[in-house]
Structures are given as C-alpha cells and as structure tokens.
Design a protein around this ligand. Structure first.
Ligand SMILES: [Zn+2]
Length: 253
C-alpha cells in the first residue's frame, strides 16, 4: 500500500509546528516529492530517508513556499552520493524558476553533479505525466495567481487514488482531478474569506463533496489555525471523513 507523508502542512507563513506544505509519496520502490519547502534533508532525516533516495520531484508552481528548498535538496542529494539522474516535472514557468534557482547557486561548479532531467507538463485539459514507478500521474491547471498544477496520483496495482489541489481557488478542474479519489488533499488557507487564488475550509469541503472523494485532508493552513473550526467548516459541505493534517502525518491510500 502506498503512503503519503506530510513533510509540511502550513501556508506560505510557516510556524514552529507547521513547515510550508510539501509531501512525500512513497511506494514500494518509488519516492516522489511534491514541492520542496523547508529544510528538506532535515525533514527527510526524521523519516530515515536520504536526499539521494528522491528520484522524482513534481513542482506544482513557482511560489517561494513551494520551491525554495529545491537547491539545498539538490546539494544534499549530491553530498549524499547521488549519481543517477533525477527527474523534475512541472509547467514551463515553474521549471524555468527551478533552473534559475540552480543557476543562482552556481551548481555547474559542483564537481560530478548528477544530471537533472526536466519534464515539461503541458496540460490542455488533463495531462498525463510519464509513468513514475508504480504510479500513474495526471495534472490539470489549478486557479492560482501563477500557473499551477493540481495532481492525481494512481497506484497502478490497486487503483487507489490520491489527489492534491495544490494552491487554488475553487475550480471545476479540481473537482475533475479528484473525482472519486480515496484521499484528497485540499488547501485551506482561509476559514471563511474567499480569495481569487486560495480556498477556504468551507470551499474545500464543497469541492470534496462535488468530487465524491472518500476522505478529505486539509493542508496549507495558516499558523493560527484552529483545527476543529477548520474541520467543522469543511464538514458543512462534505459528509465523508475530514481532518486537518499535521506535519509528519503518515496516511495510507
Ligand atoms: Zn502559491
């Protein structure tokens, strides 16, 4: 059974107990990191995972709280002895930012640095990424301030589905990407105040209901979050299971 581990659950403003939101999806043979925030090596060390063990990274968009850990993860993977190419997936704008971050830290000067293979995701409506280990992955555009992808990750052997809204206001694409998912991670940056590029807990509940998911997990929550309040707001729209994620939660799907 595949697992997702919440390496961070906070909004752009991190706090002592909530790192910026980023996730590790673990199959039997594959580690996929979704976004890279915080101090990734330190977070991974708590799980007993070396930075060199990350073979695939999906970047949802180029906002700092989702990509700023990327260069240090690359440095630490190299220090940990990585030799094999590492695969990075994202929209063209996101990958341009990832490359610019690497150029800013002069990575070409690092002796024998492994190869990074960039894979551009170009969704018209729905984009299939190349198969990654035991997972099939699809992406659709979210509704955020910059180009952003929401994700659907299917474990091929079981058909079990994890969906992730990334940063987004409510949008039909999010409902489509999460359709009938076992596990739906939805951002809930606000409790009640709607905005053009983020969602409230109430709205996350409505998306979960429209998509008929089994279980909703709220992420990208602010430092002052009252989890019970957020959970109740989502429950107003959604009858299934709702929880507010905490850093280092491990959830099977
Ligand atoms: Zn963002």
């Amino acid at each position: 059974m595949a697992q997702v581990i919440l390496l961070g659950t906070g909004s752009a403003w991190s706090s002592p107990t909530r790192e910026n939101t980023f996730l590790l999806v673990r199959g039997a043979t594959t580690n996929i990191l979704i976004d890279v925030a915080g101090s990734p090596a330190q977070r991974l060390a708590q799980l007993g995972v070396s930075p060199a063990e990350i073979d695939h990274i999906i970047l949802t968009h180029n906002h700092p709280d989702h990509v700023y850990g990327y260069p240090i993860l690359m440095l630490n993977a190299w220090m940990a002895g990585r030799k094999e190419p590492l695969h990075v997936y994202g929209l063209q704008t996101t990958l341009n930012s990832a490359k610019a971050l690497m150029n800013a830290v002069s990575f070409r000067e690092w002796p024998n640095f492994f190869k990074i293979k960039y894979h551009v995701v170009t969704p018209n409506s729905i984009a299939k990424l190349p198969p990654i280990g035991e997972f099939d992955i699809e992406a659709m555009l979210a509704k955020h301030y910059v180009p952003t992808i929401a994700l659907r990750i299917t474990e091929r052997a079981t058909g079990s589905v994890l969906a992730y809204s990334a940063d987004t206001a409510p949008h039909e694409n999010i409902v489509e990407i999460a359709r009938d998912a076992n596990l739906f991670f939805h951002e809930a940056t606000e409790l009640n105040t709607s905005s053009a590029g983020h969602s409230t807990a109430f709205e996350a509940g409505a998306e979960a209901a429209a998509a008929h998911v089994k279980s909703l997990v709220l992420v990208h929550v602010p430092p002052n979050v009252n989890p019970e309040q957020w959970r109740r707001a989502a429950k107003q729209n959604f009858r299934g299971k709702v929880r507010v994620a905490n850093d280092f939660d491990v959830i099977e799907f």
